[in-house]
Design a protein around this ligand. Structure first.
Ligand SMILES: Cc1cc2nc3c(=O)[nH]c(=O)nc-3n(C[C@H](O)[C@H](O)[C@H](O)COP(=O)(O)OP(=O)(O)OC[C@H]3O[C@@H](n4cnc5c(N)ncnc54)[C@H](O)[C@@H]3O)c2cc1C
Length: 153
C-alpha cells in the first residue's frame, strides 16, 4: 500500500480516480502483530531493521526504532539493537497505515472492508471478482494477495 501511495502521482494523468479496496477482518495495518497480546512476547527482529516505509521521503516516515523512541522512551530506554514487544510493532503498523491513508492524494480512494475474502473469481470482462464473507463482491482490475502465512485455509 505504501508503494501504491508513493507511486500515485504517476497514474494521476491516466485515471481520474483509483480505488483501493483493502479487505482484512482485523484492524488495518496490524496484521499478525496483535496489539492485545502481552508485552513479554518479543519480536525476533531488532527494531532498527523494521520499517513500514521503503521510501524515506518524509521526516514523518519513522522507522520502528524511531517511532518506539518517540512513543515509549518515557517507559524504558530503547536502543537500535533491541528486540521490542510484538504488540508495539502492531501499534506502529496501525499508526503507519493511518498516516499513509491521510497522505494519500485525492485521486486515490481507499476503503477498508472489515471482513474476510473467501474467493477470487475471474470475470468474463477480464477483471477479478473478490468474494467477501457476506457474499457481496468487489470487481477489481488487479488483486494483491497479502495474506501472510498464519491460519490460511
Ligand atoms: C507468530 C508469528 C511471529 C512472527 N514474528 C516475526 C518477527 O518477530 N519478526 C519478523 O520480522 N517477522 C515475524 N513474523 C513474520 C511476519 O509474518 C512478517 O514479518 C509480517 O507480519 C508479514 O506481513 P504481512 O502483511 O505479509 O502478513 P501478516 O502480518 O500475517 O498479515 C496478513 C493479513 O492478512 C489477513 N488475511 C488473511 N487471510 C485473509 C482473508 N482471507 N481475507 C482477508 N484478510 C485476510 C490477516 O487478517 C492479516 O491481517 C512472524 C510471523 C508469525 C506467524
Amino acid at each position: 500500500m505504501e508503494q501504491i501511495i508513493h507511486q500515485a502521482p504517476r497514474y494521476k494523468t491516466q485515471f481520474a480516480a483509483v480505488f483501493v479496496h483493502m479487505v482484512d477482518p482485523g484492524k488495518p495495518g496490524v496484521g499478525i502483530h496483535d496489539t492485545d497480546q502481552p508485552e513479554y512476547f518479543l519480536l525476533n527482529t531488532i527494531c532498527s531493521q523494521l520499517t513500514a516505509f521503503s521510501e524515506p521521503s518524509s521526516k514523518e516516515h519513522l522507522c520502528f526504532y524511531q517511532w518506539s523512541k518517540q512513543r515509549y522512551q518515557s517507559v524504558r530506554t530503547i536502543d537500535p539493537g533491541d528486540f521490542l514487544p510484538r504488540r508495539w510493532l502492531g501499534e506502529y503498523l496501525s499508526w503507519s497505515y493511518e498516516m499513509l491513508c491521510q497522505q494519500a492524494p485525492d485521486h486515490l480512494r481507499m476503503k477498508h472492508y472489515q471482513t474476510e475474502a473467501v474467493d477470487i473469481q475471474s470475470s468474463r470482462c477480464g477483471r477479478e471478482r473478490v468474494i467477501l464473507q457476506d457474499h457481496t463482491s468487489i470487481l477489481a482490475e488487479g488483486v494483491f494477495l497479502t495474506t501472510g502465512h498464519a491460519n490460511i485455509k
